[in-house]
Design a binder for this molecule. Structure first.
Ligand code: F6P
Length: 344
C-alpha cells in the first residue's frame, strides 16, 4: 500500500513514536510505502510531503514534537479544501491516510470519510486526554508527569515562604491533567471544569489548612475552570483559529481573590507548553508504538473510517463517527472521593 501520514492539532509527546511505529510496521510486515504530509491538512491539500524510509524514523522514539509539523486548520476552512484532499489521494495514488490528531483533526477525518469514503484511519493524541472512545490518549501521561514534577518543586518554596501557589494546568474543557497531577502532587485544592467552583469555598479550604498549622497551600486549577455564575469574574479569552477560547490566565484572577479574601500571600504558576514539550514518558512511548502498529493493521484489514483506541488494556478500533462530537469528562466520583479526604 501507499500510505500517507499526517499530524494535526496541538503537538504532543509521542507523535514521532507513532510515526516510527507506522513506518517500521508497514515496511516489515506489508512492504508499504510512506508519504509524510507536512503541516497537517495543509500538506495534504498542497501535496507537500516527504517520503519516509526506515532511516528517516531512526531515533524518533524519544523525540518530542512532530517531524512532520502540525497546524490547527482544516480542509473545511476553504471552499475547495475537500476536493484538494480527494485530488491528493488520486494524484499520489494513496491507499490510505493515517491522521494522528485530537478532537479537531479526528472530527475533520470523520467528516471527510463520511463525505468521500476515502480510506482514513485515526490515531488519538492529546495531552488533554479528552477523546471519547479510548481509555487514554498518548501524551497525557507525559503531561501529568511534567505537571507533577512542577508541583513537587513548588511545595518546598511555598512552605519556605508560607505562600499559596496557584498552579494552572492545561486540558481545555476537561480536568484530566489537573486531577491526576493534583492528586499525584498532593494539592490542597483541585479545580476542574467539570464542576463550577465557589471561590469562597476555595478560600475556606486554604484558610482551614492554615488554621491547622500548615502555612503553605497548592491550589491546582485546570485552565478551563468556571466559577459558579455570579461569584467571580473570568478573564476575557481570545479565540484560536477554530473559534475555541484560548485559555490561560485564570490562575491570576483566582490568586488575587485568594490573597484579598484570606490575606495569605499568593503566587501564580503557569507551566503552559512545557506540559507538551520534550520526550514522552516510557508509558507514552509504548502506547504510541502500539497505536502506530494497530493503525497500519487497521488499514490492511479494511477498517477505514475507524480510530485505534485503548480499551481495558487492549488496542482495538472504533468507528470515527462514534467518537467525534462527544465529551469525555473526568470521573467526578474520583474527584469527590479524593477531595473529601485530601482537600483543605
Ligand atoms: O489541546 C492541547 C492544548 O495544549 C490545550 O491543553 C491547550 O488549551 C491548547 O492546546 C493550547 O493551544 P496552543 O498550542 O494553540 O496555544
Amino acid at each position: 500500500m501507499r500510505i500517507g501520514i499526517m499530524t494535526g492539532g496541538g503537538d504532543c509527546p509521542g507523535l514521532n513514536a507513532v510515526i516510527r511505529a507506522v513506518v517500521r510496521k508497514g515496511l516489515a510486515t506489508y512492504n508499504d510505502e510512506f508519504l509524510g504530509f507536512l503541516d497537517s491538512w495543509d500538506g495534504v491539500m498542497e501535496q507537500r510531503y516527504v517520503s519516509l524510509q526506515e532511516s528517516d524514523v531512526r531515533g524518533l522514539l524519544p523525540r518530542g514534537g512532530t517531524i512532520l509539523g502540525t497546524r490547527r486548520g482544516s480542509p473545511y476552512d476553504t471552499a475547495d479544501g475537500v476536493d484538494r484532499v480527494r485530488k491528493c489521494f488520486a494524484e499520489q495514488k494513496l491507499d490510505g491516510l493515517i491522521v494522528i490528531g485530537g478532537n479537531g483533526s479526528l472530527t475533520v477525518a470523520s467528516l471527510i470519510f463520511e463525505q468521500t469514503s476515502l480510506p482514513i484511519i485515526g490515531v488519538p493524541k492529546t495531552i488533554d486526554n479528552d477523546v471519547y472512545g479510548t481509555d487514554l490518549t498518548f501524551g497525557f501521561h507525559t503531561a501529568v508527569q511534567i505537571a507533577t514534577d512542577a508541583i513537587d518543586r513548588l511545595h518546598t518554596t511555598a512552605e519556605s515562604h508560607d505562600r499559596v501557589m496557584v498552579v494552572e494546568l492545561m486540558g481545555r474543557d476537561t480536568g484530566w491533567i489537573a486531577l491526576y497531577a493534583g492528586i499525584a502532587g498532593g494539592a490542597t485544592v483541585i479545580l476542574v471544569p467539570e464542576e463550577p467552583f465557589d471561590i469562597s469555598k476555595v478560600c475556606e479550604q486554604v484558610a482551614n489548612r492554615h488554621r491547622g498549622g500548615r502555612y503553605a497551600s497548592i491550589v491546582v486549577v485546570a485552565e478551563g475552570v468556571q466559577p459558579i455564575p455570579g461569584t467571580m469574574k473570568l478573564p476575557e479569552y481570545e479565540h484560536d483559529q477554530i473559534g475555541r477560547p484560548r485559555y490561560g490566565g485564570i490562575c491570576v484572577t483566582i490568586a488575587q481573590e485568594i490573597e484579598s479574601r484570606t490575606g495569605y500571600e499568593s503566587r501564580v504558576v503557569q507551566i503552559g507548553h512545557v506540559q507538551r514539550g520534550g520526550t514522552p514518558t516510557a508509558y507514552d512511548r509504548i502506547l504510541s508504538t502500539r497505536f502506530g502498529l494497530a493503525a497500519v493493521d487497521a488499514l490492511h484489514d479494511g477498517a477505514v473510517g475507524h480510530m485505534v483506541a485503548l480499551r481495558s488494556s487492549q488496542v482495538t478500533t472504533v468507528p470515527l463517527s462514534e467518537v467525534v462530537n462527544k465529551e469525555r469528562p473526568i470521573d467526578l466520583n474520583l474527584f469527590h472521593e479524593i477531595g473529601s479526604v485530601f482537600f483543605g
